[in-house]
Write a protein that binds this ligand. Structure first.
Ligand code: CP3
Length: 348
């Protein structure tokens, strides 16, 4: 049985708008904070008991239409043997940043055998979800550019200046690096899909820092490669980046089934910027979850209506991740409201 989320991604008829939230698992949930006490983020990501439980927590609490696999975009780098930690409140920090040709040449390769825990975590989560009615499991990876930025800068970056310096000054080296990272992302997703994930999202979180020209020249071919190398799985894919209103036409050419819209673009504009009939995901501003319900409800309703008017399918989501201090009761209310409004509009 295909799920509502998979049908919406494929722009097939649905009886409600499916909804999930980026970062639905994590610090906004007290039950997550409790489970994460005393363990490191990347350790937790490699422990199937914890991964399965944390992935399922938001499904139970919010009744979302999809679980997103609990992991991180740097897990495949770590699995390949790269020295990386996630520092709380900071993000991924790389011990030996990648700056020279020799650094790129010595990057390790990632193989499925290095991640038996990922297979186990996905299989167990998929088996649990199969006992529910209609909940998809979404796998994911970081896109080559976003991973490259962490590796080159050595950690989170405000301006991505070292990354852009390599891109412009040593384009051949930059391209080799992105090709290697594309292969790692593909392997990471391939393992997840082989173990039972029913869709995947490629996060190019920092692509929005690029001009459309630089994006098309230096990044798009590598993201395209990830989607084309995974096409054999025949599952829907989602392509998302932050602040990508200007980049949507280019990102929509990468070959994903669905394009994710950040909250800074009007949904109706995003609708004209993707391929005809291509599904959209998004795009409620995560900060609006702090607004009173009377102010939030019309925003939800507008996005549901805009989604139903779009020429392709619509998956309701935020325009970036759930903020850690979000009231954990609010996402579930949004799920109910999206379902209520869309069911009424679709049956009427
Ligand atoms: O629910 C989900 O969305 C699934 C899990 C998930 C995490 N990270 C868990 C996580 C996913 C899909 C990611 C992807 C990810 N990781 C991205 C792309 C998505 C995006 O937000 O644009 C990026 C850029 C990263 C890198 C990263 N990892 C950052 C910037 C941080 C935050 C650092 C901090 O402490 O503020 C992390 C850590 C991280 N990844 C946490 C979680 C739940 C917080 C760790 C904790 O609980 O201490």
């Amino acid at each position: 049985m295909t799920t509502t989320l998979v049908r919406a991604a494929r722009s097939q008829p649905v009886d409600r708008t499916p909804v999930w939230f980026m970062r639905q698992a994590g610090r906004s949930l007290p039950e997550y904070r409790e489970l994460r006490q005393g363990n490191q983020m990347l350790e937790a990501c490699r422990t199937p008991d914890l991964v399965t439980e944390i992935t399922l927590q938001p499904v139970r609490r919010h009744n979302v239409d999809a679980a997103i696999f609990f992991s991180d975009i740097v897990v495949p780098l770590q699995a390949a043997g790269i020295d990386v930690v996630i520092e709380p409140g900071v993000g991924p920090v790389i011990a030996h940043p990648v700056r020279t040709q020799a650094d790129i040449d010595s990057l390790p390769e990632l193989t499925a055998e290095m991640m038996p825990d990922i297979t186990e975590s996905i299989s167990r989560t998929a088996a649990e979800l199969a006992t529910r009615d209609d909940t998809a499991l979404i796998g994911f990876a970081g896109a080559p550019f976003t991973l490259a930025s962490y590796l080159i800068e050595g950690g989170p970056s405000r301006n991505h200046e070292k990354t852009k310096a390599m891109m412009a000054g040593a384009p051949e080296m930059f391209s080799q690096l992105l090709a290697k990272l594309a292969a790692m992302s593909t392997t990471f997703i391939d393992v997840q899909l082989s173990a039972g994930a029913q869709a995947f999202q490629l996060f190019d979180s920092w692509a929005g820092y690029l001009s459309p020209r630089d994006y098309r020249t230096h990044v798009l071919p590598h993201s395209q490669r990830v989607f084309s190398d995974l096409a054999g799985h025949d599952v829907p894919s989602i392509h998302f980046g932050v602040q990508t209103g200007e980049l949507l036409p280019a990102m929509s050419e990468a070959g994903s089934t669905v394009v994710g819209a950040d909250f800074r673009v009007e949904f109706t504009d995003a609708s004209t910027r993707v391929q005809p009939g291509q599904a959209l995901q998004g795009n409620l501003d995560p900060a609006l979850l702090f607004a009173p319900w009377e102010a939030l409800q019309p925003r939800i309703e507008q996005i549901v209506r805009d989604g139903l008017s779009h020429s392709g399918g619509h998956i309701f989501n935020l325009g970036h991740g759930v903020l850690p201090s979000t009231d954990p009761e609010v996402p579930g209310r949004i799920v109910d409201e999206v379902h209520r409004i869309s069911t009424a509009l679709l049956s009427g």
